[in-house]
Design a protein around this ligand. Structure first.
Ligand code: EPU
Length: 426
């Protein structure tokens, strides 16, 4: 199994390009199930989760151009002219919870679906009850059997659905199901994340009639039929935010290209308060860090608040900022797995329920550490870039789920980071 080896203390310099967003690409891939024909995706990130989703689509009967997928940057086409199955098996779903996103599209297309229920994961219990309740409101009969949700419907019908809390994939699942339902669906307290809006924009390009994207009320007027499209995936705001913070950790300056700074307002504003110098253009972010950062408090919130997917990374920065920082995680109940690993590098962090109190120290020291989930891995990379000495990060398959070639990108701007085979089989 691979590990990352980082020699810390090398300031960054140059420019780095952001890839397509994982969390936009996955629902867009699910949307190809909604109608027959050939879709083409530009800026599709090459990630383990994207590859798993393509395999899931293939199992369902789609033809995937894996040869193009194997070439970085090539457009990738997916032909969903005929589907062979309506089942998402446990084997795939357990490796990627986002597989639940096929439920809405399969019901819309085939009026039946059998999808393994995702279990809990490292960051929390993560139930999917709001996806299921929404689909029931639209006329789906659900049966939970042997760990699978078996769903059947006649043509789905529009409904008014209130989400108890904004759910990203829940909003996406229902929006896809509603696109071809009979009548109008109104989603209240819907998720406002840019990835939800990007999916809605793609559905509209396919012929759907969706309004209110980016707001808490989304209205979907069902249409009879959708058509395939060629579509481009939006830039990954979490990857871009991670690179901005990499400058905070390692020092130096970076121009982050192919980014959308309008998706990162809460994050950039927080990082400016912490002392980073940041300038933005339409599709770039310039960051400079010349001195030690100041501590800031952070509370994760649904968009447009500070994203939970950048909580672990900002904690790595706060570990060496001057002062005391309180970081509160409000989205997932167990998203502090990185704390124990950061402490192995010398960080002074105490957790109390959903908050972590971080007392900034002068510098972290390199250590062997273990990646526990995707964003926790990114925080260890940042910690390693700023630490004195060598950090080895094990179990980096978590990182490969959501960051395309992160070590190559960082090495190209001056970081001393490389991938090696680990001698230990973990
Ligand atoms: N929730 C429920 N019931 C549901 C659905 C959600 O109680 O039916 C709860 C969750 O347990 C959580 C909150 O609602 O406490 C919000 O969860 P949400 O449904 O929004 O999360 P998700 O859709 O499963 C997506 C991203 C996550 C990201 C969250 C929050 C994708 C594929 N995943 O997950 O991304 O953290 O939204 O922004 O879009 C990551 O990329 O590392 C990642 C975990």
């Amino acid at each position: 199994m691979d590990k990352l080896v980082i020699e810390g203390g090398r300031p960054l310099k140059g420019s780095i390009k952001v890839s397509g967003a994982k969390n936009a690409a996955l629902p867009m891939l699910a949307a190809t199930l909604l109608t027959e024909g050939r879709f083409t995706f530009v800026n599709l990130p090459r990630l383990r989760d994207v590859h798993t989703f393509l395999r899931l689509l293939e199992e369902l009967g789609a033809e995937i151009d894996f040869e193009s997928y194997g070439k970085a940057d090539a457009p990738v086409s997916i032909d969903t002219s005929s589907l062979a199955s309506y089942e998402a098996s446990y084997d795939l779903v357990r490796t990627m919870r986002a597989s639940i996103l096929v439920l809405g599209p399969l019901l819309s297309r085939s009026c039946q679906a059998r999808v393994s229920l995702p279990g809990g994961c490292a960051i929390g219990e993560r139930p999917v009850d709001m996806h299921l309740k929404g689909l029931e409101r639209m006329g789906t009969k659900l049966n939970l059997k042997e760990g699978y949700v078996e769903a059947k419907c006649k043509r789905l019908k529009g409904a008014k659905i209130y989400f108890d809390i904004p759910t990203v994939t829940g909003t996406e699942n229902i929006m896809m199901a509603a696109a071809t339902a009979k009548g109008t669906t109104i989603l209240k307290n819907a998720a406002r994340e840019p990835e939800v809006a990007a999916l809605g924009n793609m559905l509209n390009a396919m012929g759907a009639r969706i309004s209110g994207l980016g707001t808490a009320t989304i209205v979907i007027e069902g249409v009879k039929k959708l058509r395939p499209v060629e579509y481009s995936v939006i830039p990954d705001r979490i990857e871009a935010g991670t690179f901005v913070m990499a400058v905070g950790a390692a020092g130096g300056s970076l121009k982050i290209e192919q980014a959308d700074p309008s998706h990162l307002e809460a994050v950039l504003s927080k990082l400016k308060q912490a002392g980073l110098k940041i300038k933005t253009g339409k599709d770039w972010i310039y960051v400079e860090c010349k001195r030690r950062l100041k501590s800031v408090d952070v509370k994760t919130m649904p968009y447009p608040g500070f994203p939970t997917d950048l909580q672990a990374q900002i904690m790595a920065l706060m570990a060496t900022a001057s002062g005391l920082s309180v970081i509160t995680e409000t989205i997932f109940e167990n998203r502090f797995m990185h704390v124990a690993e950061l402490k192995r590098m010398g960080a002074d962090i105490k957790t109390e329920g959903r908050s972590a109190v971080v007392r900034g120290i002068k510098s972290l020291h390199g250590a062997p550490v273990m990646a526990t989930d995707l964003r926790a891995s990114a925080s260890l990379v940042l910690a390693g870039l700023g630490a004195e000495g060598r950090t080895e990060i094990h179990r980096i398959y978590h990182l490969d789920r959501g960051y395309q070639a992160i070590e190559k990108k960082l090495a190209s701007v001056g970081a001393d980071i490389r991938r090696e085979k680990a001698d230990m089989p973990y």
